[in-house]
Ligand binder design. Structure first.
Ligand SMILES: C[S@@+](CC[C@H](N)C(=O)[O-])C[C@H]1O[C@@H](n2cnc3c(N)ncnc32)[C@H](O)[C@@H]1O
Length: 390
């Protein structure tokens, strides 16, 4: 049955309610379809950090629950409203919108004051207490949230990643020599749009009550200007962004070096900067890597059977690259953890190398392991090793 104008308008309001965060639920009644009478309630739930609409249909004593992606859910609703169900009420945080059909199937929309102000709680909607405040003004300027602090559905994965990053850093901080630092100096290499830079700086300033001094270094000047403008708009003291390249940075007094998804060997340059600056913590998440794969031997090596497959060769190269980065960090006095920091469903680039300066590391053993690994893999150059001059 084709969708009439009233149903189309109703579905448009549903669609914008889901994307602007005002959607609370829909109730469908006056069942005129085949079989036993039934009712359906549609609620918003978060599944794997993505918004979904959950259809709960009650038929007699049976209850059927189905989850749909918002686009599929709206398609499904267009086949239900005015066909099987002659009444639909959409509850949003702003207003109630009721669509009722006459016997002749003529629909009419009426609007009223909101009955609900909050979405009914569901198992998947349990409020999480994040270390990052979604109501922080910088998140709205960065287009992660709406002005009212609701995370935009398209930015849930990014917001979750930022929260997870701050959470990990907060835990590492507790076991580091920076635990009580009042003015930590933070450098973010390849700060991009600044999501993590802002979140980390504000975590130290607002949540931990410190006076951080944070510098984002980014190759793209447009992003640098935008981030500086947002920091000024939000009156954030101690946070600045500079146009620059990772490989051009010289060691400086700094406590925390971060580099998340800085491209290719920019990660090596960032780690090098952290080590030579004697940073207490170096946290990076490697991105694409092109240095080691072409050097891996494909002949006369026990690994030949693995390396002959292009995809596996690249994966193997990624593993060698990151293991060797970890070993070089250890060889320079850092305790290293390899952490999967977001689910692999969201991105395959989810490895985090978290290094905390420590005197309890067997530096000699790590240096030896590095040499063994490089020999087995058959590569001669690694940017970080060359930069460190080991
Ligand atoms: C994938 S983005 C990641 C941004 C940010 N760290 C995040 O995780 O949201 C990588 C950023 O690194 C920057 N970049 C790449 N190579 C760089 C280099 N050698 N020096 C400085 N910035 C670099 C790019 O311009 C880009 O903005």
């Amino acid at each position: 049955m084709p969708t009439d104008n009233e149903t189309a308008s109703f579905l448009d309001i549903v669609r914008s309610g889901v994307s602007d965060g005002s959607f609370l639920k829909i109730t469908l009644g006056k069942y005129r379809g085949k079989g036993e009478a039934r009712k359906c309630v549609v609620a918003l739930v978060m599944l794997k950090e993505q918004p979904n609409l959950r259809f709960v249909t009650s038929v007699g004593t049976q209850v059927v629950t189905e989850n749909e992606h918002p686009d599929a859910a709206i398609e499904r609703l267009s086949g239900m409203i005015g066909a099987d169900y002659y009444s639909a009420v959409l509850f949003t945080s702003r207003e109630d919108i009721a669509l009722a059909y006459s016997k002749k199937r003529i629909g009419r929309i009426t609007r009223g004051k909101p009955t609900l102000t909050q979405a009914p709680s569901t198992e998947h909607n349990r409020q999480k207490s994040y270390l990052v405040d979604p109501k922080a003004a910088y998140l709205a300027h960065l287009d992660v949230t709406h002005a009212d602090g609701q995370v935009k559905p398209s930015m849930y994965a990014k917001f979750r990643q930022v929260c997870r990053f701050v959470e990990i850093l907060d835990q590492l901080l507790a076991g580091s020599q920076l635990r009580d630092a009042t003015q930590p100096r933070i450098v973010d290499i390849g700060s991009g749009k600044g999501y993590l830079t802002f979140a980390l700086h504000e975590h130290f300033a607002k949540r931990l009550g410190r006076s951080p001094v944070t510098l984002g270094i980014e190759a793209n000047r447009v992003l640098v200007e935008k981030c500086n403008a947002i920091a000024a708009l939000c009156n954030i003291a101690g946070l600045t962004f500079e146009a620059g390249r990772a490989e051009k940075q010289t060691s400086d007094a700094l406590d925390i070096l971060i580099a998340l998804h800085a491209c290719d060997t920019a990660t090596d340059d960032a780690i090098h900067l952290g080590i030579t600056s004697k940073a207490a913590m170096i946290i990076c998440a490697p991105c694409c890597q092109h240095e080691i794969a072409p050097q891996l031997e494909t002949r006369a090596t026990p690994l030949a059977g693995l390396l002959k497959y292009g995809l596996l060769k690249q994966r193997q190269a990624d593993l060698f690259t990151d293991a060797c980065r970890g070993l070089l960090l250890e060889a320079h006095g850092y305790e290293v953890r390899m952490i999967e920091f977001v689910s692999s469903e969201h991105t395959s680039k989810n490895l985090m190398i978290a290094a905390v300066r420590s005197s309890a590391v067997d530096r000699k053993a790590a240096a030896e392991q590095y040499e063994q690994l490089a020999e087995i893999a058959g590569f001669q150059h690694q940017r970080l090793k060359t930069a460190l001059g080991d």
